[in-house]
Design a protein around this ligand. Structure first.
Ligand code: ADP
Ligand code: MG
Length: 739
């Protein structure tokens, strides 16, 4: 049967059972591939160029090589030093040269490594010495079965495979399907394709699987990467379009109001960044178009003032603002510092308040029923101009008289759904201001938060003191640890305060392995390499008494962690704030937003157990006043390990943007892109936030243009399908149907 005559028999929706037969389909189902579409979207992981296959004769020790060879001998024997069997083979290439290969799990490989089998082997060449003779060998190489008839194809496509389903079996199935598949209708408008000189979808799908040249691989990837970037950006444009269907209430600047009164009592001049970002926000707030703005500014850059000024502008229009914080500690602290900043302007209803004054109401999940009722009443009646709370604020049914602005502090702790939950009420969409101290690389901002405009506070308030960060290798140099405690004593003697942070709470909570919710997030983000031999991470409840009885005897210590009752947490924070406590031994509950300018020392124990961004956040808690801060990262990880490299990286720079980039490199990109952990397959396979910045930003522009011309993509059903394919059906439904 010729290939062309069979085309048209299957399309992307055809089940693999019909396309390749029940046997192969069953094998492919192991990879969750059930339709022809699934299979053609299962791209090769890499290619091996036949012409570049290495000749065995020319191999060098230490080289990573891929060779095609025939098994010339294969013997299995019992291992002497440990249990299990060893398979020794000799591999001969087409030119007659041979190399030894050794496999440790003989029972698993012996059915493949049989004399006469021609296979492709990949591994590193090592040298094996026995009886004074040195022999080159491949130790436990990867191998793929290879068909001689493949030799007319210049590239061998290597697929992500699984147990019982080899790459070559996948390759065969793909080729079988491509032979009978009509090119799918290309959803991409011809104008975009031409402008970007992109291959057609059909050609890209064929070339990614069976490239004839490197140019083919390049062209195929360029097109498929574009589709992924475009799919995401279309989804985001649709989301924005949907948001515009519910306009915001404009709150333009009103002179002579609360904002002006506040500016007049500000004890410091605004930084240039605060001024320019403030102006951008002020303009947005005056429009009926719902604002979606992300303000990123390093720890201590002064985001709170920016947010407060935005809230006051909204209050000046007779509307309300809500401020969401990730933890109770932070919400309480925000309420406190907003009240402190506003002074008489924030005491409406109280004695001595200004007649322009507004009321700041705190609402958290742990408040007493009576307090909560009052807070809810304040929100409902409009008595509270500003409502500060945790996400209890979102989950409870809080009614607002006229909510004009939602401020979300520390975005990384909130999901998109959460922030939308509060905005999704009422006929009008409140403006949204998101503040983050964990800088988001441009590509992530555009991709994940593509519907947000981004403002950056790049300068710091004057008089900020530098923070010195030092890695303390307690494992190699135990005496350094004594220096750490001595340093705390010096800071305290100088009238300052310190934090000692541990990864764990400890005590009766030690066994709780449950992933904590953000409200009491005591667990570091990044701790997945905890091998069994390592001691458990240090715990607040163990460390505090040891310090109190030992190196820090005589100082006043307090503990703070997420498992404390909220009022106790609050009391501990207040005491520390007032300078009554010298040293706060805490978990990462102090990570976000805690602001005590008198604290100058941040000691992080088991620092290697924390994520980069987290360490940077923690470090930002000191050096907020006029005295210089010191951050000591204590670890017992040995020099030369990745863990130590990460700590050195953070010690080496205080540039949050640089660290965000490093963090992104260390994390799997999928984790950043994936909107949920539901295991739903995402359509993003090739797109890289690091490598495809240009593609993402062009796709963003094109997507906005297209959605503006064709609302809801009514005339582009193919692109609607692309959106569904890229962001997953459920999300797409949300974007598409609510337009
Ligand atoms: P962050 O951006 O980390 O949230 P904050 O808003 O908490 O920073 O500000 C940190 C500290 O800097 C606060 O004590 C705040 O009052 C102070 N601050 C903010 N802006 C200025 C400024 N322009 N000049 C001097 N101090 C400022
Ligand atoms: Mg803050």
């Amino acid at each position: 049967m010729s290939e062309s005559s069979a085309r048209g028999a299957v399309d992307l929706d055809t089940s693999l059972i019909d396309a390749v037969g029940a046997m192969t389909a069953k094998a492919l189902a192991k990879l969750d591939l059930t339709t022809v579409g699934d299979l053609v979207r299962h791209y090769p992981r890499r290619y091996v160029e036949r012409g570049k296959l290495t000749d065995i004769a020319g191999l060098e020790v230490g080289e990573h090589v891929t060779v095609i060879g025939t098994v010339a001998s294969a013997t299995t024997r019992q291992m002497r030093s440990r249990r299990g069997t060893l398979l020794n083979a000799t591999i001969r290439d087409a030119k007659g040269a041979t190399i030894a290969a050794t496999f440790f799990n003989a029972h698993q490989v012996k059915s493949f490594i049989v004399v006469g089998a021609t296979l492709m082997f990949s591994g590193t060449v090592s040298v094996f010495r026995a009886g004074g003779r040195a022999t080159l060998q491949l130790t436990h190489p990867e191998f793929e079965d290879i068909e001689e008839s493949d030799s007319d194809r210049p590239f061998i496509s290597i697929y992500p495979a699984t147990k019982g389903l080899k790459s070559q079996a996948i390759a065969r199935a793909v080729r079988q399907v491509l032979a009978v598949l009509d090119d799918p209708t290309d959803p991409l408008p011809a104008s975009i394709r031409e402008e970007r000189t992109l291959a057609s979808l059909g050609s890209a799908l064929r070339k990614i699987h069976v490239p004839r040249s490197e140019a083919d691989q390049f062209a195929a990837k360029a097109r498929l990467v574009w589709d992924e970037a475009f799919g995401v950006q279309l989804a985001l444009s649709l989301q924005r379009e949907r948001a515009m269907a519910r306009p915001a209430s404009p709150s333009p600047v009103r002179s002579g109001g609360l904002l002006d009164a506040f500016d007049a009592i500000l004890p410091f001049p605004l930084t240039d960044g605060q001024k320019s970002v403030g102006a951008e926000i002020a303009e947005d707030l005056g429009k009926p178009l719902p604002m979606n703005r992300l303000v990123q500014g390093d720890v201590g850059a002064g985001k709170t003032v920016v947010a407060l000024r935005a809230m006051l502008q909204v209050v000046d229009s007779g509307r309300q603002a809500a401020m969401l914080a990730p933890t109770e500690v932070l919400a309480a602290q925000h309420a406190r510092s907003l009240r402190a900043m506003l002074g008489p302007l924030g005491n409406a209803g109280e004695l001595g308040s200004s007649d322009q004054a507004t009321k700041i109401t705190l609402l958290t999940g742990s408040m007493s029923t009576a307090e909560k009722r009052q807070a809810l009443l304040d929100a409902q009646s409009g008595a509270a101009g500003i409502v500060v709370g945790t996400h209890a604020l979102i989950q409870d049914t809080v009614g607002f008289a006229d909510l004009g602005l939602v401020v979300v502090d520390e975005q990384h702790r909130f999901g998109v759904e959460q922030r939308d939950a509060l905005r999704g009420r009422g006929e009008r969409t409140p403006h949204l201001l998101v503040m983050t101290a964990t800088p988001i690389p441009r590509t992530v901002a555009m991709t994940v938060y593509g519907d947000l405009s981004v403002s950056s506070l790049t300068d710091m308030p004057k008089g900020r003191s530098p923070i010195r960060t030092t890695v303390v290798p307690a494992g190699e140099k135990p005496s350094w640890l004594e220096r750490v405690w001595a340093r705390i004593r010096e800071e305290v003697a100088g009238g300052h305060q310190c934090y000692v942070v541990c990864p764990r709470v400890g005590g009766e909570f030690a066994t709780s392995k449950k992933k904590s919710d953000p409200e009491d997030a005591d667990e570091p983000d990044l701790d997945d390499d905890s091998s069994e031999e390592r001691r458990p991470p240090l715990a607040v409840l163990d460390v505090a008494p040891q310090l109190e009885a030992g190196p820090l005897a005589g100082l006043s210590l307090a503990v703070l962690h997420g498992k404390l009752p909220p009022d106790e947490k609050d009391a501990v924070m207040r005491a520390f704030d007032r300078g009554e406590t010298d040293v706060l031994v805490a978990t990462t509950v102090i990570e976000v937003g805690v602001d005590v300018p008198n604290s100058t020392g941040m000691i992080i124990l088991d620092a290697d157990r924390f994520g980069l961004s987290q360490l940077h956040q923690l470090r930002g808690r000191v050096g907020r006043g006029s005295a210089p801060g010191v951050c000591l990262l204590v670890t017992d990880m040995p020099a030369g390990t990745t863990a130590r490299e990460r700590l050195d990286a953070i010690a080496g720079t205080t540039d949050g943007f640089e660290l965000a980039r490093l963090d992104l490199e260390l994390r799997r990109e999928g984790d950043v892109l994936g909107s949920s952990q539901s295991g739903r397959r995402s359509g993003l396979r090739l797109l890289s936030l690091l490598r495809h910045e240009e593609v993402i930003s062009t796709a963003r522009v094109e997507a906005a243009r297209l959605v503006a011309d064709d609302p809801g993509l009514a005339n582009h059903p193919g692109l609607r399908a692309l959106v569904a394919e890229t962001v997953g059906d459920e999300d797409a439904a949300a974007y598409l149907d609510k337009v």
